[in-house]
Ligand binder design. Structure first.
Ligand code: MG
Ligand code: ZN
Length: 408
């Protein structure tokens, strides 16, 4: 009796081993390495708080003329709550009162990644894991930035990753995988986008094919800025701001790149009398989540929130701007085990070094904001934005153009 059981266990053990050998490459391909974060990385001991001002939307516009979509990559509710606690209980995000939940699954995978979810947020269509701007058959999908551009609006993307990374790339590129960043750089050159600011210089000027795409951009009338100072000086025209070879450094080392890039993009895009579409990404909330690093998450979360403050300041004054803040997915399976509003201390813990499938929050402000409440899917977000873009009154735009000519 005992020996039969032993034999069965041996068979079971062997088949499990074979199963693991067969499936492990698939697991390795789609999952990030399990992180064993040190306990010290899970605790943020507190720091300076920043004051938060109040903004409210008092406009009467039927539809937004400008749309600003802000994506916190990997930003789940716990990431927001970590930031809220770390800033003594306050965030610019608290200005939003139109709030909902978003499902994020990919076409072929329950737990998505930034390319499939970026594509969903940009085009309103589900696609496969790691596909960028194309459907599951590899066919290009039209995105909301392209639609906005098609009706005469100025468009831009801002990120703290390379601009060719999955999230910003989804609003510009169409490639079979997100990893083709040199090809996505070419998509930028051919896109007609007005402003892009982030990292990723090397995908333009240090390429396998030896081409220097900065020359192509210049011949198309772009101003090239390779430092944040040059970015900040630009007030109009087309701008390619590539301030790091690849991703920018973490917030404590890079400074206020996201705020300055956002302010510059707003200054330039607001010159267009037809309005604009701008995507702004807090890229590294995700990277900090992969690292299971609570202090880094808080750095990136508060950086994103300060940028939300800049955007709200613009939108509250402008009164024709819809601001949407959401995430592409959650990263790290973060939960908050302890915190202190007086000191800003936050103790986080994690269930994974990868992404999770949990719903992410969405916040909206301005004309049309109530459309983004309740339970929605990530593909609903651009569909709702498209509805506004498609109903823009062109005669109204023309009379506006006569009233306020382009500065340049
Ligand atoms: Mg991203
Ligand atoms: Zn990620």
């Amino acid at each position: 009796m005992k020996s039969i059981l032993k034999k069965r266990m041996l068979v079971l053990g062997a088949s499990t081993l074979i199963g693991l050998l067969i499936f492990s490459p698939i697991i390795a391909q789609t999952d990030y390495t399990k992180v064993e974060a040190k306990d010290s990385a899970k605790i943020y001991h507190g720091g300076e708080f920043y004051p938060v001002s109040s903004f409210s939307y008092n406009g009467t516009a039927q539809a937004p003329r400008n749309v600003i979509l802000m994506i916190g990559d990997g930003m789940g509710l716990a990431h927001i709550f970590a930031g809220l606690t770390a800033n003594g209980g306050d965030l610019y995000l608290k200005n939003f009162n139109k709030i909902g939940f978003v499902t994020t699954h990919a076409a072929n995978k329950f737990v998505t990644g930034s390319a499939a979810s970026g594509t969903a947020l940009a085009t309103g269509e589900k696609t496969n894991y790691t596909f960028l701007g194309v459907d599951p058959d590899g066919q290009p999908l039209r995105n909301i930035r392209e639609i906005a551009q098609g009706i005469g609006k100025a468009t831009g993307v801002v990120s703290t990753s390379s601009v060719t990374h999955a999230t910003p790339g989804s609003f510009v590129g169409h490639q079979p995988t997100r990893y083709m960043e040199e090809e996505i750089a070419e998509d930028f050159v051919n896109s007609g986008i007005d402003v892009f600011i982030g990292g990723g210089l090397k995908f333009f000027n240090n390429r396998k094919d030896g081409r220097n795409l900065l020359e192509d951009l210049e011949s198309k009338g772009y101003q090239i800025a390779t430092s944040l100072e040059e970015v900040a000086k630009t007030e109009d025209g087309k701008l390619a701001g590539l301030v790091a070879p690849n991703g920018t450094a973490r917030k404590s080392l890079r400074g206020d790149v996201l705020e300055v890039a956002t302010q510059t993009a707003l200054n330039i895009l607001d010159n267009d009398p037809d309005g604009f579409f701008l995507m702004i990404e807090g890229s590294q909330i995700d990277w900090a989540g992969h690292a299971n690093d609570t202090p880094w998450i808080i750095e990136e979360m508060l950086d994103f929130d300060l940028t939300i403050g800049k955007v709200l300041e613009f939108a509250a004054k402008n009164e024709e701007t819809l601001v949407i803040v959401t995430a592409d997915h959650e990263t790290g399976g973060l939960t908050i085990e302890d915190g202190n509003y007086k000191t800003g201390m936050v103790k986080g813990d994690y269930t994974t070094g990868g992404h999770t499938g949990i719903m992410v929050p969405i916040f909206a402000f301005g004309p049309g904001a109530e459309d983004f409440t309740g339970f929605i899917d990530n593909t609903d977000i651009p569909k709702k934005i498209m509805k506004y873009l498609e109903t823009q009154d062109s005669s109204k735009r023309k009379s506006r153009r006569q009233r306020k000519p382009r500065r340049k």
